[in-house]
Design a protein around this ligand. Structure first.
Ligand SMILES: Nc1ncnc2c1ncn2[C@@H]1O[C@H](COP(=O)(O)OP(=O)(O)OP(=O)(O)O)[C@@H](O)[C@H]1O
Length: 278
C-alpha cells in the first residue's frame, strides 16, 4: 500500500528553521553557484526526471523474492528525496537500475524522456554523464591527488584543459576543499574524502545526483556536513536522491521520503520521517 501525506504548518516551520541553519553553515562554502530558494516543496510539474512504471526486478539467485516488486513512482526536477528501508529492501537495486547497471525484469524506467529499456548500449555512457553518483566507500583513485581525482571525471568525457582548469578548482571550493588540491586521498579524513567524491560527481554539473549511503562510514557531525552540502547542491537546482539508513538525518531534514520494504514501495511522504522502529 502506498500512503501519501504532507505535513502541516508545524512541519513547514521546522523545515524553515533547518533550512536557515543549513544556509548559515553552507554560506562558508563557495558562493560560486547560484542559490535557488526551495523552502517549499518544488512543484511536481513538467516531465519527471525519474519515472518507475510498474518496475519489478527478480535476481536469478532469488526467483521467488523480487528485489523490487511492481514499483511505480515519479521524481521531479529540483526535488530532494530520501530512499529508506531495511537492509535488503531494494534501495541499491533501484539505484543500479537508474544508471542501467541492471535491467528490470518487467516494467519501464524513464530518465527525463528516455526509456532505459529501449536505450541503445552506446547511449548508456551519455546517460551516466547526466547522473552524478556518490557511494558509501568514496571510490577515489588512491594514487591521484584531490585535483586529479576530480579532473579525471572531466578528462574521460573529453573536456578541454581550459574547462578542467576552471571547473575543478571551482567545484573544490564549493565543497570546501580549496586548500587540499594536492593532497592524496589517504591524507584526508573520511568526510573530506566524501567531499572529493561529491565534487567529482557534480563537476560536470549533472541535473541528477544519486547517493547510496553517502554518510554510512562517517560520524554524526561529519554526516551533517555532508548532508548540508547535498542540500546546497540541491538548491542550485540539481535533483538529489539519497539512499540512507541515517535516521537522524532523515528526521531532521524533513524532505520527501520513499520507503521500501522487501521490494515493495510502502510509503511516499512529503516532508517525511525515517519511520522504521528498528
Ligand atoms: N546480485 C544479486 N544477486 C542476487 N540477489 C541480489 C543481488 N543483489 C541484491 N540481491 C538481493 O536483492 C534484495 C535487495 O537487495 P539490495 O542490495 O537492493 O537492498 P538494499 O536495500 O540496498 O540493502 P542495503 O541497505 O543492505 O544496502 C536482497 O534480498 C538481496 O539479497
Amino acid at each position: 500500500m502506498t500512503e501519501t501525506t504532507s505535513q502541516g504548518a508545524a512541519g513547514r516551520h521546522a523545515g524553515r528553521h533547518a533550512a536557515a541553519a543549513s544556509r548559515q553553515v553552507t554560506s562558508q562554502l563557495s558562493a560560486s553557484l547560484p542559490v535557488l530558494e526551495v523552502e517549499d516543496i518544488p512543484q511536481q510539474t513538467g516531465t519527471p526526471v525519474i519515472t518507475f512504471d510498474h518496475v519489478t526486478k527478480v535476481y536469478a539467485a532469488q526467483p521467488n523474492r523480487p528485489a523490487l516488486d511492481d514499483i511505480s513512482l515519479q521524481i521531479y526536477a529540483g526535488e530532494f528525496v530520501f530512499l529508506v528501508g531495511h537492509s535488503g529492501s531494494g534501495k541499491t537495486t533501484m539505484i543500479r537500475s537508474l544508471i542501467r547497471e541492471l535491467k528490470p525484469t518487467s516494467g519501464r524506467i524513464i530518465i527525463a524522456d528516455e526509456d532505459l529499456g529501449s536505450m541503445r548500449n552506446w547511449r548508456v555512457p551519455y546517460l551516466r554523464r547526466n547522473i552524478g553518483c556518490v557511494f558509501q566507500d568514496f571510490k577515489l583513485l588512491p594514487n591521484k591527488t584531490v585535483f586529479e581525482n576530480v579532473s579525471f571525471a572531466l578528462e574521460v568525457i573529453g573536456k578541454s584543459r581550459h574547462v578542467i582548469k576552471t571547473q575543478v578548482p571551482e567545484v573544490l571550493r564549493l565543497v570546501g576543499l580549496q586548500d587540499k588540491l594536492n593532497k592524496m586521498p589517504d591524507q584526508l579524513s573520511g568526510g573530506e574524502q566524501q567531499r572529493v567524491s561529491i565534487a567529482r560527481a557534480i563537476v560536470n554539473r549533472p541535473p541528477l545526483l544519486i547517493c547510496d549511503e553517502p554518510t554510512g562510514n562517517l560520524d554524526p557531525q561529519t554526516s551533517r556536513g555532508i548532508m548540508d552540502l547535498l542540500e546546497r547542491i540541491n538548491r542550485t537546482g540539481t535533483t538529489v536522491l539519497v539512499a540512507t539508513h541515517d535516521r537522524e538525518m532523515v528526521d531532521n531534514m524533513r524532505r520527501r521520503v520513499i520507503a521500501l520494504d522487501r521490494g515493495h514501495l510502502t510509503r511516499d511522504q512529503d516532508r517525511g520521517v525515517y519511520g522504521f522502529n528498528v
